[in-house]
Design a protein around this ligand. Structure first.
Ligand code: ADP
Ligand code: MG
Length: 694
């Protein structure tokens, strides 16, 4: 040790960073940090670099002293500058931090999960002796506030009392962050681990929850205390020295030259669509349409920024609604596995931040407000798979609109005002409230989701579990084959001389083997998202417009429902862009538009068909009630109103029923509707079974 000294650092700065220092002098004191690339330090002096890693405390002290003591040509004195070392060659996974890393200089990568408000922290406290008025300065470290033991004044020397003098004390901005391991570093549904980071001065307030960062700093440990006193266990905290924010989509995914060749080859393959579809959840039988939609979601449309500052999302949102046990959750889990930056969570949510974000005053912030990112923020630039969406918290429900459309989440609570990014695609699953899906009830009501939110999904699929011999047999066989293959392989692994050949297992596994391996598919997706930005051709554009207009036309007749809205048109465009990307095409052709019209129609037919008329009706999704229902309400209210006029008083139930039956509304329906209208206050039950329109 002790190669490092103020002199060595000064030499280094002068040789490698003189320009940057002059620049800093120009902007001082607004700018106070000098960023140093670790590789420059290595080139200058290997030993110095190693010493920084092993003894960061002393090294950085020398470095900071060297910087503030440097002779500047300008009339500036560096008093509060910081040397910030960036880009360490090695990053340590949070879960792999061990005691040997304590007090070392390390770098970690992850997501900001929580951040407190930026608040002043005292670093040099001035105490005035109440007896002699002498002021004693006490430097403050991390943790406990230190008061003087006795008055510095020799003549006095008494033990106080002392009073803190704010004006003469020195404060610095400080913030506490919690960094969580990046989902890409987790395999097979592991729970992410976290590390708390303390940052101060100009590092405070530069990151927000959801940001992807690389933080370097000195790993420190603090002794835990329990009710019985001090514990032998220590907690880890990183004393932050530098923060790099990564804002690129797929930086972590590296694609080799050979893999690019493979990707290009696959893109040319005429079978590429079915290959991709059969690589999504191969152990789940059927659902080709849903899988095709999921494929397009993974490849995603193109986000656009318009000159007026608005941003149009490229992400495709999909909702799976359906009976229990139809593999919804399984499909979601596969989605996470394939999507770069995929996150799986449940609407019930295990964390306090829920799906969007929350601001709370908790222990972490030691009484300060803390902003915590929820799943949609953590999945920024990725895919959020949210199971049991029907069970989401009401707070989330209200911020979901913004999260899905603008892809931001705004929080304004107490001292915290923030807009977090949630640029992710959403793959949601919802179970109907009453167990099974009822075709005659509006979806919104069944899954407890406001229609306005439902209309934000580009595609909704309803998966019902209706017994049918053909399909049931196929599913049963598929499931049994999958289990058989599993049994063979487990036996071979565990029993010596099992007599099972590897080929036998490979053959059995074939049915559930993806055509493209998950790892390759992730790279394929990452490659297209980085490189493929298709543009729509004239004939494809015309096809989309014609399709949209032909559906809209149905609504021109005032007696017909409006079949689609502009939202569906936007969905079509996004999906067509994704479709072109799948085959690495730079143009969107009628091949793409034909494909997505087919998928959108399949979804529309499932969710927007009015079961009473068989016609498409956008109001089922957008308003939560079909036109035929609305018409019936109108008729019923008119009946009551007419009878009311006639009787000059409220109307008995049986008269309403008999009149309604003349108009073709059944008795049960009438009773049901009356209850509902009464509940929303549109009619009154004046006395028992006598009604009046309000
Ligand atoms: P949900 O979330 O819809 O209630 P799950 O995803 O939990 O259903 O699925 C229940 C089980 O049934 C899973 O183990 C799944 O693999 C199996 N299963 C259901 N449908 C299929 C299918 N079509 N193909 C293969 N397995 C299926
Ligand atoms: Mg489920």
């Amino acid at each position: 040790m002790s190669h490092s000294s103020q002199q060595v650092w000064e030499d280094f700065f002068k040789r490698y960073y003189w320009e940057n220092i002059l620049e800093l002098a120009k902007n001082y004191p607004e700018k106070r940090s000098l960023s140093i690339e670790f590789s420059d330090l290595e080139r200058f002096d290997m030993e110095l670099a190693h010493e920084l890693i092993d003894h960061p405390e002393a090294s950085l002290k020398h470095a900071n002293e060297a910087l503030s003591g440097i002779d500047l040509p300008a009339d500036v004195i560096f008093e509060k500058t910081h040397v910030r070392i960036v880009r360490l060659p090695e990053r340590i996974q949070i879960r792999e931090l061990r005691s040997e890393n304590i007090n070392k200089f390390i770098a970690i990568a992850g997501l900001i999960r929580k951040a407190t408000e930026v608040r002043p922290k005292i670093i040099n406290a001035a105490f005035k002796c109440q007896r002699c008025d002498h002021v004693t300065l006490v430097p403050q470290g991390e943790g406990k506030f230190v008061e003087p033991f006795e008055c510095e004044n020799d003549v006095c020397g008494r033990k106080g009392p002392f009073k803190l003098v704010h004006e003469e004390s020195e404060f610095i901005d400080a913030q506490k962050l919690r960094v969580q391991e990046s989902p890409d570093d987790l395999r097979g549904g592991e729970q992410p681990q976290t590390l708390d980071v303390d940052v101060d001065d100009d590092l405070a307030g530069i990151v927000a929850p959801g940001d992807r960062v690389v933080v370097s700093g000195i790993l420190r440990s603090y002794q835990r205390s329990t009710a019985q006193g001090k514990s032998t266990f220590f907690d880890l905290v990183l004393d932050g020295i530098s923060i790099d924010v990564e804002d690129k989509e797929f930086e972590e995914i590296e694609i080799s030259k050979e893999e690019i060749d493979e990707i290009l080859e696959l893109g040319k393959d005429a079978e590429v669509y079915s290959k991709v579809i059969y690589s999504i959840a191969p152990s789940i039988y059927g659902y080709e349409e849903v899988k095709e939609a999921m494929a397009l979601q993974l490849f995603s449309g193109i986000p656009k920024s318009l000159p007026d500052g608005t941003r149009i999302r490229g992400d495709v949102h999909i909702l799976l609604v359906g009976d229990p046990g139809v593999a919804k959750s399984q499909l979601l889990r596969y989605g996470v596995r394939l999507a770069p930056r995929g996150i799986y969570t449940s609407g019930k949510s295990s964390t306090s931040a829920g799906l969007t974000a929350t601001a709370v005053k908790d222990e972490f912030g030691e009484g300060r407000w803390t902003l915590e990112a929820g799943a949609l923020v953590l999945a920024d630039m990725g895919l959020a798979c949210v199971d049991e969406l029907d069970k989401m918290e009401s707070d989330d429900r209200s911020s979901m609109h913004e999260a899905m459309e603008q892809q931001t989440i705004s929080i304004a609570k107490a001292g915290i005002m923030a807009t977090l990014k949630s640029r992710c695609a959403l793959l949601g699953a919802a179970n109907p409230k009453f167990g099974r899906f009822d075709r005659y009830e509006p979806i919104a009501k069944q899954i407890n989701m406001p229609p306005a939110l439902l209309s934000r999904f580009d595609l909704i699929f309803i998966l019902t579990d209706e017994p049918s011999v053909g399909r049931d047999t196929a599913i049963a066989e598929h499931i049994l084959k999958a289990h058989y293959a599993g049994e063979l392989s487990v036996r071979r692994e565990n029993v010596l001389n099992s007599g099972i050949e590897a080929e036998e297992i490979t053959k059995a596994m074939e049915v559930i083997q993806p055509v493209i391996q998950a790892d390759m598919l992730r790279k394929y997706i990452a490659y297209t998202k980085r490189n493929i930005f298709p543009i729509i051709q004239d004939d494809a554009r015309k096809q989309l417009i014609d399709f949209y207009l032909s559906l809209r036309k149905q609504g021109e007749d005032p007696n017909s429902p409006v079949p689609v809205t502009a939202r569906q048109l936007e969905a079509l465009i996004r999906l067509a862009e994704a479709s072109a990307r799948v085959r690495l095409s730079n143009v969107i052709t009628t091949e793409d538009t034909t494909r997505v019209i087919r998928i959108v129609m399949a979804s529309l037919k499932q969710v927007m068909t009015d079961p009473e008329t068989g016609r498409l009706d956008a109001d089922i999704i957008n308003v939560g009630i079909s036109k035929s229902q609305k018409d019936r309400i109108k008729i019923l209210k008119e009946i009551i109103r007419d009878l009311q006029e006639e009787y000059k008083s409220s109307v008995p139930l049986e008269d309403i029923i008999s009149k309604a039956e003349e108009s073709g509304i059944k008795k049960d329906t009438v009773e049901d509707m009356l209850q509902k209208l009464k509940a929303v206050g549109e009619i009154l039950e004046v006395t028992n079974e006598k009604f009046r329109v309000v």
